[in-house]
Write a protein that binds this ligand. Sequence first.
Ligand SMILES: N[C@@H](CCC(=O)N[C@@H](CS)C(=O)NCC(=O)O)C(=O)O
Length: 208
Amino acid sequence: MPTGSETFVLRSTVTSPFGRKVRMAVDVLGLGSRVTVVPADTLDENDTLRLENPLGKMPCLLLPDGSAIYDSGVIIEFLADVAGSEQLLPARGLARFKALTLARLADGITEAAILMVYENRFRDPGTHSERWLTHQRGKAIRALAAFEAAPPDPAKTDIVAIGLVCALAYLDWRKPVVWRQAHPKLAAWFASFAKNEPAFERTRAPNS
Ligand SMILES: N[C@@H](CCC(=O)N[C@@H](CS)C(=O)NCC(=O)O)C(=O)O
């Protein structure tokens, strides 16, 4: 395991919602002095990102020995371990796996949202599949409904809250799914959490 002085490189843009999850975790865990963010370009075939993570996805965390850790969920588990902190997720037991499951549910909102954004970005106008967009929207809407039925504690910053706030902020920014009106409890949670947790504003990308 890393020693207390090892430093890491985080390959990510500041606009990536999955990258923001990791940047928030770095902030909350007090690891800012040990993690340097180096932007990545997922569309550039010459970017070393594709060597670091063969999937060519960000975020990707580079270790001093040249190896890489991904994806965002694994990076956060790793950083919590480096920090020796249980703030973001319990070290073991059912509570850990329940938190990880809800965190993946929140990630699923972001994933569906990104696929909807990519549908518009990568396919030529006129070739967009409404069926595919509806399929992805359904995933986001069902996951939003699950969080609306049982919103997290706004005073608690953990792996679930970080994933959820990054998902909702991405929906607000790119607007693949309109969510606020139909999910008032979630909107209230978002407002309180964003007010309580300074890492949220500190990780906001310019103009987002
Ligand atoms: N499951 C991954 C998803 C990462 C992901 O989809 N990242 C986007 C940017 S936010 C990306 O790299 N997209 C480029 C691509 O899919 O080629 C994670 O949690 O890190």
